[in-house]
Write a protein that binds this ligand. Structure first.
Ligand SMILES: O=C1O[C@H]([C@@H](O)CO)C(O)=C1O
Length: 555
């Protein structure tokens, strides 16, 4: 194991993610940010300098549990103070588990602005993956709007709320094509003219160069702001082997859904006609699409890369074909080897979280058990550790909602309240969460929400339709449920998960859809904060903890 050092500068710069020039957030002049490659057990040391001039910044290492380093989780107002313009914060943490991860901004809507990149952790030197492959590729999926994020943020916060709408483009490794179609020659009806690329453009398509009759690993991560996606490779079947840094009981699919915050590894064999090339296509699921598919080329090296595939790109399943999505989700099982164990068979506490769209004084919000999250000026980690009881609501948010609540209809009383209370979890206890979906403000609308937990992996015990009832427990998978850090709730359904509150710190748990989090769709968990070691002063430099640091009595 070794320490890997990085010096990063975050700045706004010009890019052309989908061929149209636009301001993007870059790291060291790159968009997306640099791909970090490490080995399990390594320590990453990232010196992050904020070159934004007028706003703070933080970076969250998505999927890394931050065992013993909760101040390095990179969540503004939760684990640290935002880094001020011109200042540098050092993220130092261990990547303890091999897998496919990514990193992204976690302040305001900076992820939507393009602050993201991949974090790939290989197995330790000398160790082997439980599957074999001859080469590997990475695809980082994102969605892109032509309206800047600051305007998007003001739109969402306005009264009445102005919804951001569907993305203009989908990006693969930061590249998409707006106003032209790569596959114009073989897909009828898109109506867009054919793209003309020489290959050196900033938005030129991704080409994956493969040899015939080999096995490749494709790592896929989704950092979309909104879109749920589906990926397929023309003519090639995909073997699902890893999700969110945990091994899966392998299973074959023709295509798979991936929600924001999730990662997967798939294997595929290059066993098709080697004189052709093939499309990799990514399209929108779960919301009525208004965005063309993103395409990349799988190039067999026995032919030329500039030869466009003769077979049309795989069609994304219909956006509202939820049975396709559910059948995929329910096939996901843990591969029980190494560190992956089945869950404890009982829980100490069960928290029900009702997801509703609400209103507060005319503003449109999302609320959890009728509380819409607003973050406090003093980050929780420091305020809890140092006992500032006036830093946030001391009353715990509710563990459940009224059992007469009708999830099939818009809320009968849509009025909600703001809150910033914390679920205090008893250290080393087993926590169940039942995420309960419901109808939004408009009749007959219930949307997908991918929930992401910081600081932990959780077991996904099951999914169901309608309102969760006690007897649904009988259907829980306690044998080999997958370990994940992100899981979806389907429209009008519930999802059950279980985790051990065994990582001292304060951890966000929230919908990974950027505008939904912005509108309050999240909660905060804390456990064992008294066991947290010395928090670096740089993480405490704002709010009440900042005042504490400036006072002489501090030691
Ligand atoms: O939060 C959201 O707001 C809109 C819609 O519900 C109101 O315009 C939408 O689709 C969301 O996901």
């Amino acid at each position: 194991a070794k320490a890997r050092h990085f010096k990063w500068e975050v700045e706004y710069m010009y890019g052309a993610p989908d061929c149209l020039e636009h301001v993007v957030m870059g790291i060291n002049g790159q968009f997306p940010g640099p791909t970090i490659k490490a080995r399990a057990g390594d320590t990453l040391v990232i010196h992050l300098t904020n070159k934004l001039h007028t706003e703070g910044v933080v970076i969250h290492w998505h999927g890394i549990r931050q065992l013993g380093t909760p101040w390095a989780d990179g969540t503004a107002s939760i684990s640290q103070c935002a880094i001020n313009p011109g200042e540098t914060f050092v993220y130092r943490f261990k990547v303890d588990k091999a897998g496919t991860y990514f990193y992204h901004g976690h302040y305001g809507m900076q992820r939507s602005a393009g602050l993201y990149g991949l974090l790939i952790v290989d197995v330790e030197e000398g160790k082997k993956e439980p599957f074999q492959y001859d080469g590997e590729f990475n695809l980082l999926l994102s969605d892109w709007w032509h309206k800047g994020v600051h305007e998007q943020e003001v739109d969402l916060s306005a009264n009445p709320m102005r919804w951001i709408g569907e993305p203009q483009s989908l990006l693969l490794n930061g590249r998409g094509q707006y106003n032209c179609s790569l596959a114009a020659h073989n897909s009828k009806g898109s109506g867009l003219p054919a793209c003309k690329f020489r290959g050196n453009e900033r938005c030129a398509p991704n080409i994956l160069h493969v040899m015939p009759n080999k096995t490749y690993r494709l790592r896929v991560a989704s950092t979309t702001a909104l879109a749920s996606l589906n990926l397929a490779i023309g003519k090639h079947k995909l073997l699902m082997v890893e999700a969110d840094g945990n091994y899966l009981e392998p299973f074959w699919v023709n295509d798979f859904d991936i929600y924001s915050g999730e990662t997967y590894s798939v294997l595929f064999h290059t066993d098709q006609q080697p004189t052709d090339n093939y499309w990799i296509s990514v399209g929108v699921r779960g919301r009525k699409p208004a965005t063309p598919q993103a395409l990349a080329i799988l190039h067999y090296q026995s032919t030329t890369a500039s030869k466009l595939p003769t077979i049309a790109p795989p069609q994304t399943p219909l956006w509202n074909d939820y049975s396709h999505s559910k059948s995929f989700s329910k096939k996901i099982r843990a591969r029980l080897l190494g560190s992956q164990n089945p869950p404890p068979i009982t829980n100490h506490r069960r928290i029900f979280l009702l997801n509703t769209q609400n209103r507060i004084d005319g503003y449109t919000k999302w609320a959890i058990n009728n509380v819409s999250l607003t973050l406090p000026p003093t980050p929780y980690l420091g305020s809890i550790k140092h006992g500032f009881s006036n830093a946030f609501d001391q009353k715990s948010p509710p563990d459940s909602f009224v059992n007469t609540y009708d999830i099939t209809r818009p809320p009968s009383n849509p009025n909600s309240t703001y809150g910033n209370g914390v679920y205090m979890l008893k250290f080393n206890t087993t926590i169940d969460v039942i995420l309960q979906n419901a109808n939004a403000l408009n009749a007959n609308v219930s949307e997908i929400h991918p929930w992401h937990l910081h600081g932990h992996d959780f077991w996904v015990l099951g999914y169901g339709e309608g309102k969760f009832t006690k007897k649904d427990e009988n259907k829980f998978n306690l044998k080999n449920p997958p370990l994940r850090n992100t899981v979806v709730i389907f429209p009008y359904g519930w999802t059950a998960l279980r985790f051990m509150a065994d990582n001292p710190g304060v951890w966000a748990f929230h919908c990974h859809i950027e505008p939904h989090l912005h509108m309050g769709m999240g909660v905060v968990f804390a456990e064992g904060v008294h066991l947290v070691g010395k928090i670096p002063d740089e993480a405490l430099s704002c709010g009440l903890t900042g005042k504490m640091l400036r006072s002489k009595t501090h030691n």
